[in-house]
Design a protein around this ligand. Structure first.
Ligand code: GRF
Length: 203
């Protein structure tokens, strides 16, 4: 299974996927890394791993539609089976989302459906929640609203700041994202209608 990874920043989730793909018998390989930011540190991680990386800079396009079309072209050049958003900080057009329907995954740093959008760690702390986490989900046209695939939960501890909480959540992100991609690559994970299926059972 060939996987394209889209990033905007540090790429720690990309790193977790690279590491998983390098294990003996891994059912997937990363065929390309694409960033919308030329300064994303994840590009260096791709280079270090010998993976083809490219930049499609949204500043070079006058509209979201033309940016997304260029992105589709760059992705499809490598004919991936799965497209993985890993800290990709652009909202995608319905056209883009439809093009990859059923083979587009995202990771979001909250226990969806809680805290869609930004500043999730701060919002969980402000709400006085006792736990927080991350969710891998299929992407649909509703922002952070597609069917969940797997969640990891972490406790919120006294004295947590958005940073300490983010760090605790990220450790788990690096576990659940490779897991979800592995399931997909093994043909165990599918999207059916608006639901995710694992081994034929609704998630
Ligand atoms: C992660 O926390 C992810 O949940 C969110 O963006 C962050 C990306 O981090 N969507 P990294 O670039 O993978 O380190």
């Amino acid at each position: 299974c060939k996987v394209a990874v889209l990033i905007s920043g540090s790429g720690s989730n990309l790193q977790a996927l690279l590491t998983a793909s390098n294990k003996t018998g891994a059912p997937f390989s990363i065929c390309s890394v694409i960033s919308n930011r030329p300064d994303a540190y994840g590009l260096a991680r791709a280079a270090a791993a010998g993976i083809a990386a490219s930049v499609v800079d949204h500043h070079d396009f006058s509209s979201r539609t033309s940016f997304d079309r260029a992105l589709i072209e760059a992705i499809d050049r490598q004919t991936p089976d799965l497209v993985v958003l890993a800290g990709f900080m652009r909202i995608l057009t319905p056209e883009f989302v439809r093009h990859y329907r059923g083979r587009l995954l995202n990771i979001h740093p909250s226990l969806l459906p809680k805290y869609q959008g930004l500043h999730t760690h701060r919002r969980a702390l402000q709400a006085g929640d006792s736990e927080h986490g991350a969710t891998v989900h299929f992407v649909t046209e509703e922002l952070d609203g597609g069917p969940p695939v797997v969640q990891a939960t972490v406790p919120i501890q006294a004295g947590d700041t958005p940073e300490t909480l983010a760090n605790r959540v990220q450790v788990q992100e690096h576990v659940i994202y490779p897991l979800a991609v592995t399931w997909f690559a093994e043909h165990r994970l599918h999207m059916q209608g608006e639901r995710a299926l694992l081994d034929g059972a609704l998630l």
